[in-house]
Design a protein around this ligand. Structure first.
Ligand code: ADP
Ligand code: MG
Length: 678
């Protein structure tokens, strides 16, 4: 049982919740059974028990009669055993799935119990059905057997074993069932409504404690964590801002900068999540923050998820800073050894102020003289482990700014990343024309190509993206190559030039092809999703996505975000096959309907559920047993605001009314951040 269901103690057993219940509280009369009833629970005399049919059609048929009618009981298996156990002429209770055969009510493989008049009043509670596994079933531990163990355990447990863990003022104001009662009622409810109340209470408890844990971590950081003090805005920032910033910042950018500025001037460590839609200008926020760090004699790193993106950041940032005395370096997996050594020296002696790169920048070998600020760009490609690796880079952890690739729904973000502070940039730089998105079936490909031709003749560039479901998938590469040949036949050299980039090229090749497109030497970029994140080519005005039905919503939105970056009107064409699943059709519909990444994120969460949203998969905070952050969103908000209110008044949980929270969390120490806190 341990291994199969991950149950190691009473507590785990108690939290092994039933998947449904069956109602044996009322014994019905046979005549009152109806076709639409799912189950029958009846009592009567077994009139006969006969073996009928031959070979495969062989079956045991019993007739059970009460004073209103007769029902058939049928067994196809275990006939021998049933024949021995049941005696015609005796009375039995029969329970099972109700079926009708030629108009006669019938139960196949019913649960049978001897019937005595007292028992016929039915059970006192609904019977739980538990999830079990095939292996356990084979050893006789099926759902019913688990039910017996559970009942025995619950009869032994006393109220003192399950003391209330939610303050009474909350229980009262949200009308929640008590802890002891709800743990009983979730397994053996006296009625459906009692089950619902128990479920509501236990869901609330889950959400409440998830929020409590994560908010305590955040609060402790705000109160006690030491961080580097950036006490001034100096020449680098000011000079850049006045003389070199190529555009006016949006209000959203200004606000986030203010938040970062405030956070880093407190002497506490900043840990901030920056949510911004594709193209909202997160890079500039990161750059300006890194200049503040440099003004305070601290080094910064910016970590990007792909080599191409890191390269691009390097090119644009060195260009922005070319007239300022700031040393910027790029470190990726493909940096040659000699150059790498030079960069590592520069980091160690402090001469490099800003290091850009891929995850290579956080390897243990890279040592900084005085790292103070770290940016993680396009977070969905990075895990929590990488975030924590940054903490070891200096005697105090650097300030950390995590930037998402595409928006994550707010409820999800505050649950999965609730220990981080939260900023939103919900504004795009001015002058952007909305991207027109259309859905076309494959047959329309020639006309789509003609459209690209028009755009290219007008001086624009285009992306054509092919799916790459798995890095190693041969079929995907074959499709890409076929597509490339096809595109070439539409756009013959030397009138047109095409770049192709995919994961199997070595990075020098990838880089060269990418750069030709960035510089405008090629008109069309044929690629897998390696251009998915971040890449910035403002002159590109068309994004064609082949087999768009194979992509997830956030990926489609991220890909679409590669166009619409310049002044020209841009287009996104989603090409698909004729056959579309319901989900795929839903995704395409949303893409066509809106450009708003925040709306798309909410939809994505609805369609896929929280476990599948990128960047949150590893988050333990989402492993709820009963609650769902989609279905129970309202309750989640209630739990969060309750937690926030409590901690605002009583951050150490020392008030009498809150002591039970502290006690419960200490009992659960291994599961909480309390160990760190107390
Ligand atoms: P993302 O948030 O998706 O990472 P980027 O930082 O790549 O977006 O910015 C997208 C484009 O918008 C870049 O070309 C950048 O130079 C430009 N940009 C950023 N901020 C502004 C602004 N305030 N006004 C005009 N253009 C801006
Ligand atoms: Mg970006």
């Amino acid at each position: 049982m341990r291994k199969e269901l991950n149950i190691h103690n009473f507590r785990d057993l108690l939290e092994h919740f039933p998947i449904r219940h069956i109602d044996k509280t009322n014994v019905g009369s046979i005549a009152s059974l109806e076709q639409q009833d799912e189950y029958a629970y009846v009592a009567g005399t077994l009139l006969s028990l006969d073996l009928l049919g031959d070979g495969r059609a062989k079956r045991l048929v019993g007739k059970l009669k009460d004073n209103t009618g007769t029902i058939e009981l049928v067994w196809f298996q275990g006939v021998h055993w049933v024949q021995k156990a049941l005696l015609p002429g005796h009375s039995y209770l029969a329970f099972g799935k109700l079926g009708y055969f030629m108009g006669t009510p019938q139960i196949a493989h019913p649960d049978m119990e001897p019937y005595t008049p007292q028992k016929a009043t039915g059970k006192k509670f609904l019977e739980p059905i538990y999830p079990s596994t095939e292996k356990l079933k084979a050893r006789g531990l099926n759902g019913a057997a688990l039910g017996k163990i559970m009942l025995e355990m619950l009869q032994k447990i006393q109220p003192k074993d399950l003391e209330e863990n939610i303050p009474s003022f909350i229980l009262n104001s949200y009308k929640l069932m008590g802890r002891f009662e709800s743990n009983n009622q979730i397994h053996f409810p006296v009625s459906e409504s009692s089950y619902q109340l128990a479920l509501r209470r236990l869901k609330f408890e889950e959400l409440f404690y998830a929020q409590m844990r994560i908010n305590l971590i955040k609060l402790q950081r705000h109160r006690f964590s030491k961080g580097w003090l950036f006490d001034k805005v100096g020449d680098l920032f000011n000079t850049f801002y006045k003389n070199y910033l190529p555009f006016e910042l949006t209000n959203a950018q200004k606000n986030v900068l203010k938040e970062i500025r405030k956070d880093t001037a407190t002497g506490k460590q900043m840990n901030r999540l920056l949510q911004g839609d594709v193209g909202s200008g997160k890079t500039m926020v990161a750059l300006l923050s890194m200049l503040i760090a440099a003004d305070n004699q601290f080094q910064s790193v910016l970590m990007a998820p792909t080599e191409i993106l890191a390269q691009q950041h390097f090119i644009s940032i060195t260009e922005y800073l070319k007239d300022l005395p700031v040393k910027v370096a790029l470190l990726t997996g493909s940096t040659p050894t000699k150059k790498r050594r030079e960069i590592m020296l520069g980091c160690a002696d402090g001469s490099i102020q800003i290091l850009l790169g891929t995850h290579a920048v956080i390897e243990d070998k890279v040592i900084f003289l005085h790292l103070g600020f770290a940016v993680i760009d396009e977070q969905h490609k990075f895990g929590v482990a990488q975030r924590s690796q940054l903490w070891k880079k200096n005697t105090l952890p650097p300030h950390i700014l995590v930037m998402t690739a595409t928006p994550i729904p707010r409820t999800l973000a505050l649950t999965a990343y609730g220990d981080l502070d939260y900023s939103v940039m919900d504004e795009l730089p001015p002058g952007r024309k909305p991207i027109s998105t259309i859905h076309r079936f494959e047959q329309a490909r020639p006309s789509v190509m003609d459209f690209i031709k028009e755009q290219v003749q007008a001086g624009r560039q285009a992306y054509i993206i092919y799916p790459l479901i798995e890095e190693s998938s041969k079929v995907d590469y074959e499709n890409l190559m076929k597509g490339y040949e096809e595109v070439k036949s539409f756009f013959p050299e030397p009138r047109y030039w095409i770049s192709m980039v995919h994961g199997k090229q070595d990075s020098a090749m990838k880089e060269a092809n990418m750069q030709r497109f960035v510089k405008g030497d090629t008109n069309i970029m044929v690629s897998t999703t390696v251009v998915e994140v971040g890449v910035n080519v403002p002159n590109a005005s068309v994004m064609v996505i082949e087999s768009a039905e194979k992509f997830g919503l956030s990926q489609l939105h991220q890909l679409r975000g590669r166009v619409g970056r310049g002044a020209e009107k841009s287009y996104c064409v989603l090409l698909t096959g004729q056959k579309l699943s319901r989900d795929a059709r839903e995704r395409l519909k949303i893409m066509v309907a809106t450009n708003d990444g925040f709306k798309i994120a909410e939809k994505d969460l609805e369609i896929r559920g929280p476990g599948e949203i990128e960047g949150t998969r590893q988050s333990g905070a989402l492993n709820f047993k009963l609650a769902s952050i989609v279905a129970d969103k309202v309750m989640l908000e209630v739990a969060r605001s309750a937690v926030e209110k409590i901690l605002e008044n009583d951050p150490d949980l020392t008030l009498a009314e809150n002591l039970l929270i502290k006690k419960f969390m200490q009992e659960q120490k291994h599961k909480t951040g309390w160990g760190k806190i107390a």
